[in-house]
Design a protein around this ligand. Structure first.
Ligand code: CTP
Length: 406
């Protein structure tokens, strides 16, 4: 089961020397706004980029910068600060900082505190010039830290402070917050591949009109995040939504049901679980006109002829090499009976039923999980919390030995 998430955590933030130190200010703001307590530790190099007073004002606590001028009377900041922490995040993590941590060196407050971290969950967000990042010694250090159980968040690619373009930018503060949250989730899907469909589909009638539905995609996004948090490699095939691309997930945007089917089939090899959360349009206009249909005076309204779309979930579930398939049922009434019937009709081992009209667009939901053994109610909660519950239930049901990935 998932760990309970405390309202407020003690986050120890190490800031090392790099231009991205200014982004660590935003991270402190985001963390404190989310209700967490943040203790900032800066290296001397970091203080050349941002003054400790800025971090002090944002965190509401004195900033520790020097092991020889400790915050605590016993002079043991490098032990006490990390012992009090629920998680340690180093952002930005410079090449020097990664090198010290990977090789067990401790010559300042941040490096000694990293050595003293024990079992405190730790994430590093590296930031440096692209050539520095590509350097074999840096990559060796990164590899070692990962083997030592440190979570490496990024770096991202893009324009760098030096004017060059490449891999080495620190990931955005909001994404570091997601990485931190992921530290507290079980890793029941490590090494698994999960394919998720989400959102509505849009079935064009002419160049400006079409058929769609009110699905916001939020449940599919929450499932994608929950599966990523639990260590899965996630592909999200999504119809048109207003949501930003989810972090850490491969997004394949599509428009129509036929495009969704094609994208799902192409992404299917090696997938362990398919979660079909999309509200796929059951029908599409038989003819999609290239231009805009014009209204003529005194003319009868046009007749819209429809064709039936393929049932993507039922088709995949019927394959002999089907992954573990999970369906969703958005019902208007009689939820349990409809969900049970739909599970059998679709030929899937697990189905999540919810009341569609009461959930579209909302950030929370309530649902019922239906499998061959019966039904389990999941009471109303945020879609993220429900996504975590559903993903945990799927992880429990996955066959322990999966097909080898191609
Ligand atoms: N689904 C799908 N392809 C379709 C229609 C539905 O893959 N063409 C999937 C959905 O993603 C969902 C499940 O099937 O996981 C049930 O979707 P829903 O729209 O509730 O079911 P329908 O089969 O369309 O049944 P209904 O008559 O209730 O609309």
């Amino acid at each position: 089961m998932i760990n309970p998430i405390p309202q407020s955590r003690h986050i120890l933030l190490g800031v090392s020397g790099g231009v991205a130190a200014y982004k660590a200010c935003e991270l402190v703001r985001g963390l404190t706004k989310a209700g967490h307590q943040v203790q900032v530790v800066m290296t001397t190099a970091a203080t050349h980029f941002v003054g400790p007073a800025t971090f002090q004002a944002l965190s509401g606590r004195p900033v520790a910068t020097d092991q020889w001028q400790p915050l605590a009377a016993n002079g043991m900041d490098h032990i006490d600060l990390v012992r009090a922490a629920d998680a340690l995040v180093v952002a930005p993590a410079s090449a020097d900082c990664l090198g010290k941590a990977a090789n067990g060196l401790g010559d300042d407050l941040l490096s000694t505190l990293v050595l003293a971290r024990g079992a405190v969950p730790t994430v590093f967000a590296p930031a440096m010039n692209r050539e520095m990042w590509a350097n074999a010694a840096v990559q060796r250090n990164v590899q070692r830290l990962c083997e030592d159980g440190v979570r490496m968040a990024g770096p991202a690619s893009g324009e760098q402070a030096c004017g060059e373009v490449g891999e080495g930018r620190m990931i955005e503060p909001e994404h570091i917050m997601l990485e931190l949250e992921a530290l507290f989730q079980p890793k029941a899907l490590a090494g698994r591949r999960v394919l998720i469909t989400a959102g509505p589909t849009f079935e064009p009638w002419d160049a400006v009109r079409g058929l769609t539905n009110r699905s916001s995609g939020k449940m599919g996004w929450a499932l994608a995040r929950a599966a990523w948090e639990q260590g899965a490699e996630v592909t999200l095939v999504a119809g048109p939504t207003a949501l930003p691309p989810p972090y850490g997930v491969r997004l394949l945007p599509v428009e129509t049901a036929l495009q969704m089917r094609a994208a799902v089939l192409a992404a299917l090899p090696g997938v362990d679980a398919l979660i079909a959360a999309a509200a796929v349009a059951d029908w599409r206009p038989s003819q999609a006109h290239a231009g805009k249909l014009k209204k003529q005076p005194d003319q009868q309204p046009p007749v819209l002829q429809l064709d039936t779309n393929p049932d993507i979930l039922a088709e995949i579930a019927a394959r002999p090499d089907a992954p573990y398939c999970v369906g969703f049922a958005a019902e208007a009434d009689d939820l349990l009976a409809n969900a049970q019937a739909k599970r059998q009709r679709k030929g899937v081992p697990l189905l999540v039923g919810n009341l569609g009209p009461q959930t579209f667009g909302r950030d929370d939901n309530a649902c019922v999980l239906v499998d061959a053994h019966g039904a389990t109610e999941l009471p109303r909660a945020s879609k993220l919390e429900l996504g975590r519950r559903i993903v945990s239930e799927i992880a429990l049901r996955l066959p322990s030995c999966s097909k080898p990935h191609p």
